[in-house]
Design a protein around this ligand. Sequence first.
Ligand SMILES: C[S@@+](CC[C@H](N)C(=O)[O-])C[C@H]1O[C@@H](n2cnc3c(N)ncnc32)[C@H](O)[C@@H]1O
Length: 212
Amino acid sequence: MKDTYRFLAKIYDPLTRIVFFGRLKKAKNTYLNRIQPHHKVLIVGGGTGDELVNLLERNPDQKIDYLETSAAMTTIALDRSGNFNGLNVRFLSEKAGIDGKYDVIITSFFLDLFRDEELIKEAKSLYEELRVSGSWIFTDFQLNHNNKFWQKPLVWLMYMFFRCTTGLKTQKLPNFNRLFEELNLDRNSTLSYYGGLIVSSIYEKKSDILRT
Ligand SMILES: C[S@@+](CC[C@H](N)C(=O)[O-])C[C@H]1O[C@@H](n2cnc3c(N)ncnc32)[C@H](O)[C@@H]1O
């Protein structure tokens, strides 16, 4: 399969540091301290491995499945996590390799790649891999009536940038509120960053049965 992030991988971290002044990384780390050493974690679309490195720094024995389709992104994540000798980390390039149930699922700036109709399907398939009372740590952009005047154009620009560099077809943020309403997930805590444009939330799975 073609690696659409091949070009972007090398510049992704410096670029996001410049544009978001490090807030992206800060947001992603918000709830990682809730993860216990015995938890089995699935990181989806983890990119260059910020959460992976953070978790291994805390506990080199953490059980982690790292699902990332871009070989270029995975190479960087592998390189960064190399020092930790993470014997319980599995790098996976396709969903077929994952074996639930997970105690924690992490998606950071991953669900925004999907259009509403694809998002529900994608998220439901991940939801099935999460055990009841497990946590979903979600970090992404949010647009609502409280946004500052520059935030909507910035999100639009980002989608244009991803379209040019990765061929991404999605043009706008999906409706995350509706998504979490449909899934049987209760929000335990949430924090926002960067003038409210970035949100990180931790949800708990209440039941295997979906709300809709
Ligand atoms: C916008 S980047 C976000 C990277 C990282 N999570 C972050 O917060 O910086 C989206 C990532 O999702 C990966 N990706 C795209 N589709 C995927 C899929 N179906 N399964 C797993 N990873 C995927 C891309 O290769 C890319 O690394």
